[in-house]
Design a protein around this ligand. Structure first.
Ligand SMILES: Nc1ncnc2c1ncn2[C@@H]1O[C@H](COP(=O)(O)OP(=O)(O)OP(=O)(O)O)[C@@H](O)[C@H]1O
Ligand SMILES: [Zn+2]
Length: 737
């Protein structure tokens, strides 16, 4: 940090502490060591309190350097050293530095992703944890069952040592622990690097040949990347469980990424049924205290298994041994704001840095991963058949041309729904990727259409809440009774949403209809109660958006209907077709998971489209092959590396002008295999009152892409711009619209 007066006047050249500070600037900052500080304590990965402008902040020590990057006489000393030993492991330190460089994001903000809030605010780590005494371990089962809290504490401690925070989060008070201590059953001890338990609570089923060879192919102790392509219900999770068992057996920890919070309770339950070792869970739905506890359990090594959504990839592990990324194709692995990383790609990098195996699993792998497998960078394993009694469902298209539709449903689909819920007493799952009642409201007298004042978009009619809502910004207003232009009272709705189909089905069916979309499913609990319904196996219809496609297990679903496949067919994004194929295969995969005779009906006006043709024959591989050919011809990912420089401004032309200026600055300096395209307006140019432009940069190699990213950011930072214009770089964007 710069300061006008010299603070240090020692003759010997003082050590320079280079830190990552949690500020939006793309560079590290230098400080002097606090006076009277033991230099042995100054190891990379510890936290320091440092002055920053007029504030004090917590920063992470990156390195002790010999030379300052500014005049050494201007350095200010750090105020305090907060940790005796590094909070972050060398693996995480290297990962954060790589991510900051690769995604061109400020290093301090990247480090913030790796540390829970409590620690960023300077709180200390626990130095002790609780464990059972010899007497506690010997206690017969059911002892203390009358003292509920005490019994609960003992049960938790039976799975291994526990941090005070973990016990507190489980509702166990200090008083309970004191009582147990007085009885000589538990004790508090300093945290040692004990190994997590490798014992199993239950053995899994004997593996199929394909499962067995995927497990056997994983070599330990060194980096290797595996792609497990297994049809829905083929036993991918069983492969993960076996690998985790082997990892725990080696005294190492496994990190498992899953795409959705909604999937966590289910998956955690399945893992906890298998292993003695505690599972530390990290996702965005946790309180700060819960997050702190889970993070510590991972970092100290007490949790053998660490499971979480996207950001869990930055959790330090005392002894990393295995990384698993389930549903690796899922869009939620890409962060869409701030630090825009792709957790699947970061996971592969992390495995490489930590020297451990990583397994990516999916029924519908991304084209990126398939191409890596084809080039033999990843080892490719297949699970081709279903396990556990299910058979892959039959897929059929329903030609909608000329057919009468009720709330989007043809008589043919309706008959199949009735057959399923009324005759077979099973469940039907219907997929419609649009929430609300209808996407358009129009005046029948003058043609007025309800549009958003802030976006280039129409407002969606939500009949139940009697309002119009923009699905792109937060705008909402009451449903008008009259046309605001001509006063006409005949207002029509066009198009279809889940609310409308739900209402129709409720009127014609006697069984329950459950709607699953982000309006109906607020919070983790809503999904849990839906899953309870699904597992109760009562005949019902489950109607929902892509929330339904996320790997949930619906044992009683016999019929899957895709109501409007055409809506998926045309997309402004070059990944549109890939997503559509993944979505259809995933949603189809919910049918017939535990019995034969599952059926999938896809309603479309284009039954001859080659995509449907291939899907009908169950040829996901032939679809991906033809999609890869198209990408190769256009040089798009995975054959070229894409990044976008995006701007966002209140004035219609500012963003374009800014990107043009950047383009001019870098022209002639980019690596020869990089190509700039644009500036182009976004597919929806105005959103939430701001105009959005993008400059594409397509590179033939990763090395050039990284060089180009650095240059683009450096030049963009150097340009003058209006205060209300903002810009950012998106490396490997998942959405380009
Ligand atoms: N080798 C096996 N023998 C018998 N049953 C198995 C075997 N492997 C898995 N199963 C069972 O088959 C069912 C599906 O397995 P699993 O959940 O592992 O599949 P998956 O591929 O992960 O499914 P998803 O489509 O949700 O990704 C489960 O009920 C599981 O217990
Ligand atoms: Zn809007």
């Amino acid at each position: 940090m710069l300061c006008s007066r010299p603070i240090v006047t020692q003759s010997k050249k003082p050590a320079v502490l280079r830190v990552a500070a949690p500020v939006p600037l793309r560079r590290p900052f230098d400080y002097l060591a606090p006076e009277s500080q033991n230099p042995d304590r100054l190891r990379p990965g510890i936290r320091l309190r440092v002055p920053f402008g007029k504030r004090e902040i917590t920063a992470i020590l990156l390195e002790v350097a010999a030379e300052a990057s500014v005049n050494a006489e201007q350095l200010r000393p750090a105020l305090d050293v907060l940790d005796d030993k590094p909070l972050l492991t060398p693996g995480i330190m290297a990962l954060c530095k790589w991510s900051s460089d690769y995604y061109q994001h400020p290093v301090g903000e990247v480090f913030s992703a790796a540390i829970p809030k409590a620690l960023r605010e300077g709180r200390g780590l626990s130095e002790t944890h609780w464990r059972l005494t010899t007497e506690g371990k010997g206690l017969p089962e059911g002892a203390l069952s009358r003292a509920k809290s005490q019994a609960k504490a003992l049960a938790l401690l039976q799975t291994g040592e526990q941090l005070p925070e973990v016990l507190k989060n489980a509702g166990i008070s200090g008083a309970v622990l004191r009582e147990l201590t007085a009885k000589g059953l538990v004790e508090r001890c300093r945290i040692t690097t004990s190994l997590p338990s490798a014992a199993l609570k239950e053995n899994g089923p004997p593996l199929s040949e394909e499962q067995g060879s995927a497990v056997a192919a994983v070599e330990w102790d060194s980096f290797s990347c595996h792609l497990l392509q297994g049809v829905t219900g083929s036993g991918k999770t069983e492969v993960y469980l076996r690998l985790i068992a082997a990892c725990l057996d080696r005294g190492e920890q496994a990190l498992v990424l899953i795409p959705e919070i909604g999937l966590t309770p289910q998956t955690v339950k399945r893992f906890e049924a298998r292993f003695q070792s505690p599972v530390a869970v990290l996702h965005s739905g946790l309180s700060d205290g819960q997050r702190f506890a889970a993070w510590q359990a991972a970092q100290s090594g007490t949790a053998g298994i660490v499971m979480g959504t996207r950001s869990a990839i930055f959790t330090p592990l005392a002894r990393p041994g295995l990384i698993i990324v389930d549903e690796e194709h899922d869009g939620s692995y890409k962060q869409q704001d701030g630090f825009r990383y792709a957790a699947r790609d970061v996971a592969v990098k992390r495995a490489q840095l930590e020297g451990c195996p990583v397994m990516l699993g999916s029924a519908t792998p991304s084209l990126e991963s398939l191409e890596n497998a084809r080039r033999e960078r990843y080892r490719h394993h297949f699970l081709r058949g279903r396990q556990g009694g299910g058979e892959l469902p039959m897929l059929q298209t329903v030609d909608l041309r000329g057919l009468q539709l009720n709330a989007g449903i043809s008589d043919y689909l309706m008959a199949a729904i009735r057959e399923t819920v009324e005759a077979q007493k099973r469940q039907a799952l219907l997929f419609l990727n649009r929430r609300g009642f209808a996407p358009t409201l129009q005046c029948h007298s003058c043609g007025w259409v309800a549009g958003c004042d802030h976006c280039d978009a129409r407002l969606t009619v939500h009949l139940r809440k009697r309002c119009l809502r923009c699905h792109h910004c937060a705008a909402q207003r009451a449903l008008p009774a009259q046309c605001p232009d001509c006063g006409g009272t005949a207002l029509l709705t066009h198009g279809l949403g889940t609310e409308q189909t739900e209402e129709f089905l409720r009127n014609v069916l006697s069984c329950p209809v459950h709607r699953v979309d982000s309006d109906a499913m607020r919070g983790v609990d809503a999904m849990q109660s839906l899953l309870e319904v699904a597992h109760s196996e009562e005949p019902c219809v489950i109607l929902g958006t892509q929330m339904l496609t996320k790997g949930h297990h619906f044992p009683a679903v016999q019929l899957v209907g895709v109501i409007d496949a055409d809506a998926l067919l045309y997309s402004a994004d070059f990944r549109g077709e890939e997503r559509m194929a993944q979505l259809v295969v995933q949603v189809a995969g919910r049918a017939g998971r535990e019995s034969a005779g599952g059926k999938v009906l896809i309603q479309t006006h284009y039954p001859d489209d080659p995509l449907f043709e291939a899907l009908r024959h169950g040829h996901f591989e032939s679809i991906t092959r033809s999609l890869l050919d198209k990408r190769r011809a256009s040089g798009l990912p995975p054959y070229g590396q894409l990044m976008l420089l995006r701007s966002d401004a209140r004035n219609e032309r500012d963003g374009e002008a800014f990107l043009r200026a950047v383009q001019k600055e870098v022209t002639g300096f980019l690596p020869p295999d990089c190509q700039l395209i644009g500036p182009l307006p976004s597919a929806m140019p105005r959103r939430a009152g701001r105009f959005r432009w993008q400059l594409w940069c397509l590179s033939a190699s990763r090395g050039s892409a990284m060089a180009a990213a650095r240059l683009l950011v450096e030049r963009a930072e150097g340009l003058r711009k209006s205060r209300e214009l903002s810009w950012f770089i998106d490396v490997d964007p998942s959405d380009v619209v």
